[in-house]
Design a protein around this ligand. Structure first.
Ligand code: FPP
Ligand code: MG
Length: 338
């Protein structure tokens, strides 16, 4: 099983510098704002987005082969690359704080969510504060080419969130809707994370576009895997299993089962889903149907196809430890249980 530490190894020194960059730049004046900020930043998660920016930057810059023991010990990235990684990571952090308010989620990564600890109104302000600091740091750096990607990415995240809630209220998510939602809420920002890494080191437009496609492909795979893990009661995500059912979210495993069902059966499934918010027996029943009728297996196959697409895009780059790490990231996404 591939570990995140293994993927990080060639950029270990850069990630350390990146963490200091965040710590130095995210400080609030008021005690409560600082307390909430420290809490949110200390449970940032795996850091897939900044990792992607730093690896994409290093791979795009590194043309010759390097021996693996030579990289990771020294910093390789510039402040411009750290800024790119900061922009995507902090947009992501703020969006999850807001998402937990919208989803009324009490837990995030095995710890109380910000809204559970300080109420929703404070969580909204904290998310806004992080966005405001991120944009002001971006503007102060005057790296406007990087920032222009960020505005679009933020708007796309909001579109995805609204589209998802709209469909969750109507119980009418189709396969096309699902792919549009996961593109908007997950793949777009991962695409921007990889593209900004490449742009930060002056890669050509073609290479920036290729990195964006790479990030989007792993982003789609990442979200499908997230939706699969929601049906895995032994997962280590730190989130209770079957939350999507309780929130009336129709994801790929369930879509597949509904597409295979008769009109009458589909109505029965939707009736079950309507009850999931307050009826755990309905949750158990849908969990069983989706697993036994091949919904989860189908989603896993679809996810693998996106991983293969991402791996193909990497084949255009020379064999460096950075490319090897991105390949490992693809494998990690496909096999992760957290
Ligand atoms: C997690 O989805 C949510 C997102 C990836 C995006 C959330 C976006 C917003 C709330 C819009 C606000 C945007 C900004 C820029 C502040 P999920 O609920 O499926 O995943 P989860 O299980 O991890 O909560
Ligand atoms: Mg959520």
């Amino acid at each position: 099983m591939i570990t995140i530490d293994e993927i990080r190894r060639p950029i270990a020194a850069d990630l350390e510098a990146f963490d200091s960059f965040i710590a130095d730049n995210f400080n609030a004046e008021g005690d409560l704002m600082q307390e909430m900020l420290t809490y949110a930043l200390s449970s940032r998660g795996k850091g897939v987005r900044p990792m992607l920016s730093l690896l994409a930057a290093s791979m795009s810059k590194q043309k010759e082969e390097l021996h693996s023991e030579e990289c990771g010990k020294e910093r390789n990235c510039s402040k411009r690359t750290y800024l790119a990684a900061m922009l995507v990571e902090m947009i992501h952090t703020a969006s999850l704080i807001h998402d937990d308010v919208l989803d009324e989620a009490d837990e995030r990564r095995g710890k109380p969510s910000v809204n559970a600890k300080w109420q929703s109104n404070m969580a909204i302000i904290l998310g806004d504060y992080i966005l405001a600091r991120t944009m002001s740091l971006g503007m102060a750096s005057a790296q406007y080419d990087l920032i222009s990607y960020i505005g679009t990415a933020m708007a796309t995240l909001c579109e995805g969130e609204v589209l998802q809630s709209q469909h969750a209220q109507c119980f009418d998510t189709t396969r096309n809707d699902y792919f549009e939602i996961i593109y908007q809420k997950t793949a777009s920002l991962l695409g921007v994370s990889a593209a900004l890494g490449a742009l930060s080191v002056g890669a050509s437009r073609e290479e920036v576009d290729r990195m964006r496609k790479f990030g989007e492909a792993i982003g789609i795979a990442f979200q499908i895997q997230d939706d699969i893990l929601d049906y895995n009661r032994e997962n280590n995500t730190g989130k209770p299993a079957n939350n999507d059912l309780r929130e009336h979210k129709i994801t790929l495993p369930l879509i597949e089962v509904m597409e295979r069902s008769s009109e009458e059966r589909r109505k029965e499934i939707i009736d079950l889903l309507r009850r999931c918010h307050e009826d755990e027996a309905a949750v158990d029943e849908l969990q069983r149907i989706v697993t036994e009728e091949g919904g989860v297996a189908h989603a896993a196959e679809t996810m693998q196809a996106y991983i293969a697409r991402a791996m193909h895009l990497l084949s255009k780059y020379p064999d460096t430890p950075y490319r090897a790490s991105l390949m490992k990231l693809c494998a990690y996404i496909a096999e992760r249980d957290r």
